[in-house]
Design a binder for this molecule. Structure first.
Ligand code: TRP
Length: 340
C-alpha cells in the first residue's frame, strides 16, 4: 500500500478503564480522521509498563482498548490498528534514539516531573522506563514518517522533543525522519474533573465522582453529571470562561463534544436556561451516547478471535512500514546488515 494522504499517528495506553476524557480528547476524532489521513492507531502497551499495578491484567486491558477503538468507528480496512509490543521496531528505534537524546532534555519533561513527585513533594523511586517514556513516544511517531499527531496539551512537550530528536538525526545523517506536526483542537483536548474542575479528569483519581468512565452504569453517569460542581454567579448564565467558570466550561466542553455543536452556538441556545436544566440536558445526551457506545463495545469485546485477527493483521502492516525506517537508519549509522 502506498500512502498518498498525510500520515497520522495516535495512541492510547491500555492502562485501565478509559474515561470520557480519553474519548473526547482523543478517540472522538479518529473515525472522521480516516477520511483525511492515512491513520495508524496504536495501543501503547509498552508505555503502560512504566507504571506497574497490582491486580491488573494488561492482556485484558489491551483487548478492552482495542474493542473501544473499533466501537469508536476505527475501521481496520481503512487504518492500521496495532499493539505496540507486536511491532519490535518500536523498541529497536527506541534504543537508537536514546543515543540521540540528552539527559537534561528528559529531566525537563513536565510529565516526568509530575509523575515523579508524591503529593507532599517527595521524589518517588522512579523506574528508568518513566524517564525514557518520551523517547519511546518519539520512536512510535518517527518510525512511520508521521506528518500529524493529535495530542492533548499535556503531550505537546513530548512532541516538541520528538521534533528535536528527529531534527538532530537528520542534521547528521540526511533526511531520515519526517518532522511531525501536533494537531491540537481548541476545545475538548482536556476534560477536567467533575468536582475539581481545575484538575484534569484522570482514570486513576481515587474519587470516582470526579470521573466518568466509558463503561460506567448509565444511572451513575446521570448522577455524576448532576453532582458536578458549577459556580455561584448570581445570574446563573451559561457561557465559556475557563478562569471564572471552570465547572460550567467543562460541562460545555462535554456537551459540545457529544452534540457536535460549537461552544458559542451552544451558549446562545442555552440563554435563559438554569444550571439544573443544563445539567439534565448534558446528562441525557451523554447517557444516550454512552449506552450506544457500550453496546457496540460489548459486541466487539465478546469476540476475542476477531480482536486477535485485527491485531495480527495490523501488526504485519505496521512491521512492513516501520522496517523501512529501521533499515534506512541502520544503514546510515553503519550497522552491518546480512541483507545488503
Ligand atoms: N503518551 C500518550 C498518552 O498517554 C500515549 C502515546 C504513546 C502516544 N505513544 C504515542 C500519543 C505517540 C501520541 C503519539 O496519552
Amino acid at each position: 500500500m502506498i500512502f498518498h494522504k498525510p500520515i497520522l499517528f495516535s495512541a492510547v495506553q491500555p492502562s485501565g478503564k478509559l474515561t470520557i476524557g480519553n474519548y473526547i480528547g482523543t478517540m472522538r476524532h479518529w473515525s472522521q480522521m480516516q477520511n483525511d489521513y492515512e491513520c495508524l492507531y496504536c495501543i501503547a502497551d509498552l508505555h503502560s509498563l512504566t507504571i506497574q499495578k497490582k491486580n491488573f491484567s494488561l492482556k485484558e486491558s489491551i483487548l478492552d482498548t482495542l474493542s473501544f477503538y473499533l466501537a469508536c468507528g476505527v475501521d481496520p480496512n481503512k487504518s492500521i490498528i496495532f499493539v505496540q509490543s507486536h511491532v519490535y521496531q518500536h523498541s529497536q528505534l527506541n534504543w537508537i534514539l536514546n543515543c540521540f537524546s540528552q539527559f537534561s532534555e528528559l529531566l525537563r519533561m513536565t510529565q516526568f516531573k509530575i509523575k515523579r513527585i508524591t503529593e507532599n513533594n517527595y521524589i518517588k523511586k522512579t523506574n528508568v522506563g518513566l524517564f525514557n517514556y518520551p523517547i519511546l513516544m518519539a520512536s512510535d511517531i518517527l518510525l512511520y514518517q508521521t506528518n500529524f499527531v493529535p495530542v492533548g496539551q499535556d503531550q505537546k512537550q513530548h512532541l516538541e522533543l520528538t521534533r528535536k530528536i528527529a531534527h538532530r538525526v537528520n542534521a547528521l545523517y540526511g533526511k531520515i525522519f519526517t518532522l511531525p506536526t501536533p494537531l491540537i483542537s481548541q476545545y475538548g483536548s482536556k476534560i477536567m474533573s467533575l468536582l475539581e474542575p481545575r484538575k484534569k479528569m484522570s482514570k486513576s483519581d481515587i474519587n470516582k465522582k470526579n470521573v466518568i468512565f466509558l463503561l460506567d452504569d448509565i444511572s451513575d453517569v446521570i448522577l455524576k453529571i448532576k453532582n458536578a460542581v458549577t459556580d455561584s454567579e448570581k445570574l446563573s448564565k451559561i457561557y465559556y470562561d475557563i478562569e471564572k467558570k471552570p465547572g460550567i466550561s467543562n460541562l460545555l466542553e462535554i456537551f459540545s463534544a457529544i452534540t457536535n455543536k460549537e461552544i458559542n452556538v451552544l451558549s446562545k441556545e442555552l440563554e435563559g436556561v438554569m444550571y439544573a436544566e443544563f445539567k439534565n440536558m448534558v446528562a441525557t445526551h451523554l447517557s444516550n451516547f454512552l449506552s450506544k457506545l457500550q453496546k457496540s463495545y460489548i459486541k466487539y469485546r465478546s469476540d476475542e478471535s476477531y480482536l486477535k485477527k485485527i491485531a495480527y493483521e495490523g501488526a504485519i502492516k505496521a512491521q512492513l512500514k516501520s522496517e523501512k525506517t529501521i533499515q534506512n537508519i541502520y544503514s546510515k549509522l553503519g550497522l552491518f546488515s546480512f541483507f545488503k
